[in-house]
Design a binder for this molecule. Sequence first.
Ligand code: VGL
Ligand code: ZN
Length: 192
Amino acid sequence: MNLDPGTLLQPGDALLVVDVQNDFCPGGALAIDDGDAVVPVLNRWLKAAGELGLPVYASRDWHPREHPSFAAQGGPWPPHCLQDSPGARFHPALALPEDAIRVTKGVRFDRDQYSAFDGTGLAVALRNRGVGRIWVGGLAQDVCVAATAVDARKEGFAVHLIPDATRPVTAEGGREALQRMAEAGVEIPDHE
Ligand code: VGL
Ligand code: ZN
């Protein structure tokens, strides 16, 4: 499936790119199979959003050393996306416009934040821009993308997943996440 952003995007929409960072791509500290395959797809959406003058938001995982999500602290993940490290940078081929709004998360010392809405105030920023509908892609489908899409619904936004612009940590997790998102009212093309 190859959705055409030029015909789907409308005034009042925003593009939300979740955690397309080096550490989640092949060669990274928490590499997702084919993670970098989302980049060319998202670049088509970024181009279309730019042509239509629609706002673009890009979240990034941005962990301090000894973050509670790391295995040494009892968390589920290897160290990744350390603040200011090369692994925390957006993928170099991701064509983020200069005016894309960066949403930094995962900075808390007491707990992780998978969702780009968790404690960031993002919902307020989107409402202030007049956004009613959000198109979501990025990494990982079964972790931060799913948490972000579900939270966007809780905040009252219409939400569409861009399926070919996201990849899961595990295939089973990906299937479960699609179900969870669909149940929360996220529109997913070709999903029953
Ligand atoms: C993520 C695992 C740990 C993500 C972040 O961005 O999906 N996954 N931290
Ligand atoms: Zn993380």
